[in-house]
Ligand binder design. Structure first.
Ligand SMILES: NC(=O)c1ccc[n+]([C@@H]2O[C@H](COP(=O)([O-])OP(=O)(O)OC[C@H]3O[C@@H](n4cnc5c(N)ncnc54)[C@H](OP(=O)(O)O)[C@@H]3O)[C@@H](O)[C@H]2O)c1
Length: 309
């Protein structure tokens, strides 16, 4: 297949290009900057410089590439997280999920592209009621913390745009990434004991190693059908379980514990929600329908191997 990969230089893109090339696909890979062109070439892709928010530029790049499939991996999350002003932190990512998706879908339709795979997310956007683990059929959070309203709306927009487009539209809801390029700052915070367990640490997280996320993306491209797939590992786990474990495997002292009122002052409503209320996700559909399974079946072995690598 000839694949147009938008957002090829990020944490997931860099792991995805080599897997696509290994499977015999040819990859046209985007970056906004000339500086990263050589990196893309070294990974085995044909680089193209384009801004995902430039409708005409995207249209031209896709038309010139003549791809069979488009993969949308554009986000703008490098830099310091800001839990207290979550929507501000996610603002450009939200533009890439709304305008960026629109431009890519329009380009796909104009160029007769038949398959489209887009990055979405599962975790803090799950409804925070009923059971601890959600499937693709469960609703997204309709009453999120105020500071996450725009970010959840952007995810909804992306998913609806991809699923309603006149092509094979596939949405991959990745869990929280870890692996090279994804977890260094988290580990640094854990080492410095700057990430406490808030309240009872009952927020459930679903993790996924970048290489497993990339493998699921290749599987979705090759034989996924229109729909949504959670791409997470086999062990959704509460913060109170994974955070002390992570501290242990990286040789840090156990995380501090702080009450909810203090957590709210430090990380706001969104941070408290992530630490105490969010729900995890099931990978049963991706396992069944994509003929995919995570190599790192649990974050336990993944964190331990990553820490010793
Ligand atoms: N599911 C998850 O947990 C999840 C999902 C996404 C990101 N993250 C985390 O967020 C952190 C940063 O992610 P990242 O390293 O992937 O970097 P990033 O800054 O989010 O960039 C990701 C990709 O999007 C591209 N991009 C950004 N703005 C663009 C635009 N206007 N037009 C076209 N392309 C654009 C970048 O390309 P250029 O800069 O080369 O143009 C890059 O290839 C990492 O720790 C990552 O693990 C986590």
């Amino acid at each position: 297949m000839r694949v147009f990969l938008a957002g090829a230089t990020g944490a997931i893109g860099r792991r995805l290009v080599p897997q696509l090339v290994d499977r015999g696909h040819s990859v046209v890979a985007t970056t906004r900057t000339q500086d990263k062109v050589e990196l893309l070439r070294a990974l085995g892709a044909e680089p193209v410089v384009v801004d995902g928010l430039d409708a005409a530029g995207v249209g031209e790049a896709v038309a010139r590439a003549e791809p069979d499939a488009i993969v949308h991996q554009m986000t703008a999350l490098a830099g310091t997280p800001d839990m207290k002003h979550f929507d501000k932190w996610f603002a450009v990512t939200n533009d890439l999920r709304t305008q960026g998706t629109k431009h890519l879908v329009a380009a796909a339709t104009a160029s007769g592209v038949e398959r489209f795979v887009a990055q979405s997310f599962t975790g803090w956007n799950n409804a925070r009621d009923d059971g601890p683990v959600k499937t693709e059929d469960d609703p997204l959070d309709e009453h999120p913390p105020a500071e996450q309203t725009q970010s959840i709306a952007a995810i909804r927009f992306l998913e609806e745009a991809v699923l309603s487009a006149p092509l094979e539209g596939i949405v991959l809801r990745y869990g929280s990434f870890y692996g090279p390029g994804a977890s260094e700052s988290l580990v640094e915070m854990v080492r410095k004991r700057k990430l406490p367990v808030v309240g009872a640490g009952t927020g459930i997280w679903s993790w996924i190693h970048l290489d497993d996320a990339a493998a699921a993306t290749v599987a979705a491209l090759e034989h996924g059908t229109r729909g949504v797939y959670n791409v997470v590992d086999d062990e959704p786990a509460p913060v109170a379980t994974w955070l002390p474990y992570l501290a242990d495997v990286v040789g840090a002292r156990p995380p501090r514990r702080v009450p909810v009122w203090l957590g709210r002052l430090a990380v706001g409503e969104v941070g408290v929600s992530m630490m105490t209320q969010i729900r995890g996700s099931s990978n049963a559909k991706a396992r069944r329908e994509l003929r995919w399974q995570p190599t790192w079946r649990s974050w336990r072995e993944g964190f331990r191997r990553a820490a010793t690598a």
